[in-house]
Write a protein that binds this ligand. Sequence first.
Ligand SMILES: NC(=O)c1ccc[n+]([C@@H]2O[C@H](COP(=O)([O-])OP(=O)(O)OC[C@H]3O[C@@H](n4cnc5c(N)ncnc54)[C@H](O)[C@@H]3O)[C@@H](O)[C@H]2O)c1
Length: 450
Amino acid sequence: MAAGELDRREFVKRSAAFAAAGSIAGPSLAAHAVGAHANVAGSDSIRVGLIGCGGRGTGAVVQALRADPGTVLHAMGDAFAPRIETCLGHVHNAMAQSDEQAGGGSSTFRDKVKVDEDHRFAGFDAYRRVIDSGVDMVILTTPPAFRPEHLAYAVGANKHVFCEKPVAVDGPGIRSVLASAQEARERGLNLMSGFCWRYKLQVRELFEQLHAGRAGEIVSVSSTYNTTGWHKPQPRKPEWTEMEWRLRNWHYATWLSGDHIVEQAVHAIDWLHWAYRDVPPDRCVAVGGRMTRPDVPETGNVYDNFSVTYEFPGGARAYHMCRHWPNTPSDNTMYLQGTKGRTHMNPWAGRPHAIVGEQPWEGSAPNNDMYQQEHDELFASIRAGETINDGEWMAHSTLMAIMGRMAAYSGQVVTWEQALNSQEKLTPDTWEWGDAPPCELAIPGVTKSA
Ligand SMILES: NC(=O)c1ccc[n+]([C@@H]2O[C@H](COP(=O)([O-])OP(=O)(O)OC[C@H]3O[C@@H](n4cnc5c(N)ncnc54)[C@H](O)[C@@H]3O)[C@@H](O)[C@H]2O)c1
């Protein structure tokens, strides 16, 4: 049995006992409810707000509600009102399932969903209204273009945050996230990233061995994120403004998603960054283009393939390839070569990882649910009055993906400093339901890199 499952079973048992005693949280949790920074002091409940009620937001809320006996869903926000109701339906079903698994005799989990009608907010300002509604922590799961603004407001309002990857789509967004991460540290807030492989115990264990020198000095790492692509984009309906249409197809506009290297493949770029102990690369060169994506307006301006070479201080290299090609094999793996050994990591295989070479090693960590692990660790940290702050490395991993895109779009070498200090702001200054930024296809040698 995976560790996460064991934890949840324990939790279910405890929740049932506490509910019988008239309180959802037990005395041991009340004693630890110290997170004064986020208003949980003296309270057994931790009020959760969700901003972005799509697929990931729904999953993250369910995980938050299962992570701690005192978590309650208090407020929800989305650009589109119907998404809130759909999400609520899924969350209710998941909670009913948890009650069923707990023996079916109580509504302990269903009672955690306490989103009154006046705590459901739609529109571009929904994030402010959720954050201002009396929540203790927020889950940020909108398209990435909004993340810097939402994160800054949440941290400024003293909220703990679960922040999905990627955390921005451009250099100005990254600088804002770095500033928010620093502010969260100063305020003693938890800021957890959705770079979920960092919370997969088998992968963690492997990286610990690599950092301890089990494969010697790392000289090169490569990773892939090859898939058949996102869901099909929707053609524009006459009643939709340009902004509404682009937002409904957000993956396909670089200014909303960052392109697939930033939105998706960033997970595998994060491995490269992590392998080199979160030291950023000096520079990168890349190629990319759009070979199989139909050239129709709804596919926006995103490429369908990228290949990037990163150069790190001292000359070590990292290579990344990602593509969205239908009818081709998927691959999401990492291959690392050190001076004394190597590893071929396939995290989807669900089996312990190994290092071969002078000091062979085989992992033994359980195959845990990394998404649940994130929330288990986050709420344990909030309860203990501790702080997890993933801010800097999550921003840097995202910037690695952004600089790869900049290099591919422009055909130029892009340095870390150039990407970090870039003045290229992809997002509009204000969000309104009218016009939208253009989706122009980048042409290497013509498109500027910053
Ligand atoms: N860690 C992971 O494995 C993982 C998996 C999936 C998605 N993600 C990330 O989660 C984020 C969301 O992805 P998703 O798959 O849930 O997308 P989605 O389209 O299913 O959900 C996004 C939701 O945000 C809403 N939204 C858009 N703009 C908004 C705004 N300004 N304010 C409030 N709500 C807004 C949309 O209407 C939609 O309901 C992305 O950054 C994605 O990369 C991470």
